[in-house]
Design a protein around this ligand. Sequence first.
Ligand code: FES
Length: 92
Amino acid sequence: MKKLIVEVCVCNECVMKGAMDIIESIESLKKLKVQLRFNTQIQIEMNKCLGETKHGLQSPLIKVNGELIEKADSETVMAKVIGLASQDIKSI
Ligand code: FES
């Protein structure tokens, strides 16, 4: 089974800018994956600060399989996850 790791920064700044909403969206996608026929395991990791110093303007920051998404929102992250889940990516 393919595996996607979604890292979400839960620093105050990212949380203030919607990081928790993004986590909720991914959690609902995990619940829907059977209906969507995803053969992909989605793992959410909450981390502290994924960025370089002085990156507050780019928050919230999310990494999907190591690829950084700046100024992330639910739509962008969901699109990325669905895109990767429907591709034939290597298992980690
Ligand atoms: S404050 Fe969230 S990535 Fe640094």
